[in-house]
Design a protein around this ligand. Structure first.
Ligand SMILES: NC(=O)c1ccc[n+]([C@@H]2O[C@H](COP(=O)([O-])OP(=O)(O)OC[C@H]3O[C@@H](n4cnc5c(N)ncnc54)[C@H](O)[C@@H]3O)[C@@H](O)[C@H]2O)c1
Length: 369
């Protein structure tokens, strides 16, 4: 097999909580071959590699020196995303970043420029919108099931991830909060229905200056909260659509994955954009009866965006969960934070195109390379 054929050879940097989902899923995607796991704490990488049958593990430098690895999956904490991805690209490898792409616009743009100059690609989570739940939703909207999409309402509210994450500090500090942690799921799907976000007006607050870790070896430890833990925002879109979105870690009541799209002919309740599957419900104008439609396709889970890159690279096609889309969503989230700080409407100038839908039979678990 030549160097640029067959499954894409990948490594993982960051062997924390979410690496468990990635490594479990990637093992079931035959178009991707995981060769190496790296972490700041190499023992952690070794444990993950052993658990998920990855042949080797070690330090980030060792990972970057691997000639056989073509793409690195960057699952580090947000504050490290830019530096790790820059080093990956400098080592001549493609990179997939967990969200958010980076913490600021210049570093996000620099990553894309660096990749373009080197003929490499940048992919960015979330890839949930490539799952059957959202691909089915998109097909329904595109064939006119709700008429003309007009507006959206989204709600994500929980008591916060300090209740379950073993190292939750980063989720309450710059790069985290319900905005940078959760809005990527909601804003990504909205851009794929209404086009790019063009402006935002938002308000935010912080329910408590500290949180206490709820589970794991650090349970009981108190840490500082330095970002708003409640954000509510109105977004304008390129096509004229408007969305009202709430992102909260300050709600004893858990209500997540609420995405309703009102169209000229019907209202559609979409699946949770932080999941890959789920039913779609629709109520037609003049009726109060919900009809339930099952999502069509294979779920796959976190990592399907890397499968899309693998197939795209081998065949010379663009991939969908792109750095450009990640940068636009980052830009919109930073504009949201600026709107809160300045108590002003903030214009979003970046643009990201609506990416092509996946073919209906697309299956990340089948071998095609
Ligand atoms: N935990 C979740 O449910 C979840 C879900 C979706 C996305 N994510 C995203 O995944 C990323 C990681 O989240 P997590 O929950 O796994 O965090 P985590 O703290 O559990 O794990 C992060 C890992 O990265 C390592 N690390 C940090 N900086 C590094 C560096 N410079 N070089 C190498 N390794 C480094 C840490 O040692 C740690 O093992 C974040 O961007 C987060 O937004 C997490």
């Amino acid at each position: 097999m030549s160097a640029d054929s067959g499954p894409l050879r990948v490594g993982v940097i960051g062997a924390g909580k979410i690496s468990e989902q990635y490594l479990a899923n990637l093992a079931g995607f035959p178009d991707v071959d995981v060769r190496f796991v790296a972490d700041l704490i190499p023992e952690r990488a070794a444990l993950m590699a052993a658990e998920f049958g990855v042949p080797q593990a070690g330090t980030v430098d060792q990972a970057l020196a691997r000639d056989d690895v073509e793409l690195m999956i960057n699952l580090t904490i947000p504050v490290a995303h830019a530096d790790v991805a820059t080093a990956v690209l400098a080592a001549g490898k493609h990179v997939w970043n967990e969200k958010p792409l980076t913490l600021d616009r210049p570093s996000g743009q620099a990553l894309i420029d660096q990749a373009d100059a080197a003929g490499l690609v940048v992919g960015c989570a979330p890839d949930t919108f490539l799952g059957p739940g959202w691909q089915t939703t998109r097909r329904m909207v595109e064939r006119g099931d709700i008429g003309r999409p007009l507006t959206a309402t989204t709600v994500f509210q929980t008591p916060g991830p300090h209740t379950w994450h073993p190292n939750p500090d980063f989720l309450y500090q710059p790069g985290g909060g319900p905005l940078l942690d959760m809005a990527p799921y909601y804003l990504t799907v909205l851009t794929q229905l209404f086009g790019s976000i063009t402006g935002v007006a938002a308000r935010g607050s912080t329910g408590s200056p500290t949180r206490t870790i709820g589970q794991g070896p650090r349970a009981g430890e108190v840490f500082d909260v330095t970002v708003p833990t409640y954000v509510t925002a109105i977004y304008d879109f390129e096509t004229g659509g408007i969305a009202a979105s709430t992102f909260s870690f300050d709600s004893p009541l858990i209500r997540v994955g609420f995405v309703e799209i009102a169209g000229s002919e019907a209202t559609l309740a979409a699946p949770d954009p932080n999941q890959f599957g789920g039913d779609i419900r629709i109520v037609k104008s003049g009726s109060t009866v919900w009809e339930t439609i099952s999502a069509v396709g294979v779920e796959g889970g976190r990592g399907i965006g890397v499968v899309d890159i693998a197939r795209g690279l081998r065949r010379g096609d663009p991939h969908r969960a792109s750095g450009w889309l990640g940068l636009h969503v980052l830009d919109a989230m930073l504009a949201t934070a600026e709107s809160i700080d300045d108590r002003a409407f903030v214009t979003v100038s970046s643009r990201a195109s609506v990416v092509p839908a996946l073919p209906e039979g697309w299956d990340p678990t089948s071998r095609s390379l």
